[in-house]
Design a protein around this ligand. Structure first.
Ligand SMILES: NC(=O)c1ccc[n+]([C@@H]2O[C@H](COP(=O)([O-])OP(=O)(O)OC[C@H]3O[C@@H](n4cnc5c(N)ncnc54)[C@H](O)[C@@H]3O)[C@@H](O)[C@H]2O)c1
Length: 366
């Protein structure tokens, strides 16, 4: 496949070895696609895709990456794969990422998200070569006070549900390894640069996960069924998946160049005006597709999920010079057009991703 000619920043990834956990998931597929097209040598480590359809299965014929299907809880296998590959960069995305599933499977969520993270960090400890690593956690790591307040990187961590708590624990594990084994004071000896990244709810074409707003909307519209909305007023920081993907790539390069300045935690989210309620997103999606109706079913017995969540992204804006380039309106529009075109059978997932990346590149170059 031809190179997308993506922006100059990505040229730095050409021929770099990237170990990407969670490459078979939604964000991992987008990151794999961008990195492959930037000329990187990518090795993925994840479970078999478990959605139908699956974005990774759709794009697999269009990208050449070495895909290892294995469990992140298998510390020995993971270590072998990392040490054999000797990556320049690691992006750790593999996780059990769903709040509702975390109520059904709390132990699996804790082990995968906490010990999975520890397993990557511990393999790094054994890796003799320099490596820059980004650990993807979430905006849900903050102790949520359900107040009109945007959480900054130094705010207290917490987590009501098992998913949020598991990711907050993962942050503590990352921080502990950074202090104990990858202290910046001894960087010249270990040569490991580490950051954690906390992004909000991402949307974009190709997510078919359970219990997520956009996939639920798409499944309902495609099946001519009403869209059931249970938590219409919940406010989330929505952003297009390419925003954090490019943010991660930009941060990793900066981190490789200056660990003292770029190590630590980073929020990536939309501008504050784009923290919008679920109902608003559903209405926009329907308007853009041109069909669909909402069935409000307020479930008073539903498991607890945060109602109000906002992120302060001023650190990324001021220190990394990163900023969100699409407002929520645009992000929803591109997402819905992606799915609609895909379901109409007019373009492949790969062609649609390519269009979105080129569109994003045009925003970056403005
Ligand atoms: N999608 C969002 O809105 C969002 C928001 C904030 C943070 N995140 C974080 O981003 C990351 C990726 O999320 P996503 O939306 O792509 O999720 P996803 O469910 O689409 O993908 C998860 C990936 O992790 C892999 N994985 C899960 N359990 C594993 C295990 N035991 N061993 C090996 N691999 C395993 C899966 O195979 C898959 O490749 C996660 O860490 C998630 O917590 C996502």
């Amino acid at each position: 496949m031809e190179n997308l000619g993506i922006i100059n920043m990505l040229e730095a990834y050409k021929n770099k070895k990237i170990f990407l956990t969670g490459h078979t998931g939604f964000k991992g597929s987008w990151l794999s696609y961008v990195l492959y097209n930037a000329g990187a040598i990518v090795k993925g480590y994840a479970l078999t895709p478990d959605t139908e359809p699956s974005l990774y299965s759709l794009i697999e014929p269009h990208i050449k990456i070495d895909s290892v299907i294995a469990d992140i809880n298998d510390a020995q296998k993971l270590e072998e794969e990392i040490l054999n590959f000797s990556p320049d960069f690691i992006f750790h995305l593999a996780a059990q990422p769903l709040v509702r599933r975390s109520y059904k499977e709390p132990l699996y969520t804790f082990s995968t998200n906490i010990m999975g993270t520890a397993n990557v960090l511990n393999a790094l400890r054994k890796l003799p070569t320099p490596c820059t690593s980004l650990f993807i956690t979430t905006d849900k790591v903050y102790e949520n006070k359900e107040q009109d307040y945007a959480y900054g990187e130094t705010d207290r961590l917490g987590g009501y549900d098992p998913y949020s708590a598991s990711k907050a624990c993962a942050e503590l594990v990352i921080s502990s390894y950074c202090h104990s084994f990858f202290n910046t004071a001894n960087f010249d000896q270990h040569k490991k640069a580490i950051a954690s990244v906390r992004a909000g709810n991402v949307i974009g074409g190709g997510d078919w996960s359970e219990d997520r707003l956009i996939p639920d909307i798409i499944r309902s519209i495609a099946a001519d069924k009403a869209i059931v909305i249970r938590n219409p007023k919940a406010v989330r920081p929505w952003q297009h998946v390419l925003e954090p993907v490019f943010g991660y790539l930009q941060l990793a390069l900066a981190l490789a160049a200056d660990v003292n300045k770029y190590g630590g935690a980073w929020n990536f989210g939309p501008a504050n005006a784009d923290n919008l309620p679920v109902l608003h997103i559903a209405e926009k999606a329907i308007a853009k597709w041109g069909k669909g109706e909402i069935d409000l079913q307020i479930d008073t017995d539903a498991v607890h999920e945060a109602n109000l969540l906002q992120l302060d992204i001023s650190k990324a804006i001021n220190e990394l010079k990163w900023k969100p380039l699409m407002d929520t309106e645009k992000a929803v529009e591109r997402t819905i057009v992606w799915y609609k075109t895909f379901y109409e059978g007019n373009k492949t997932a790969s062609a649609l991703m390519k269009e979105d990346i080129l569109f994003y590149q045009s925003l970056l170059n403005k």
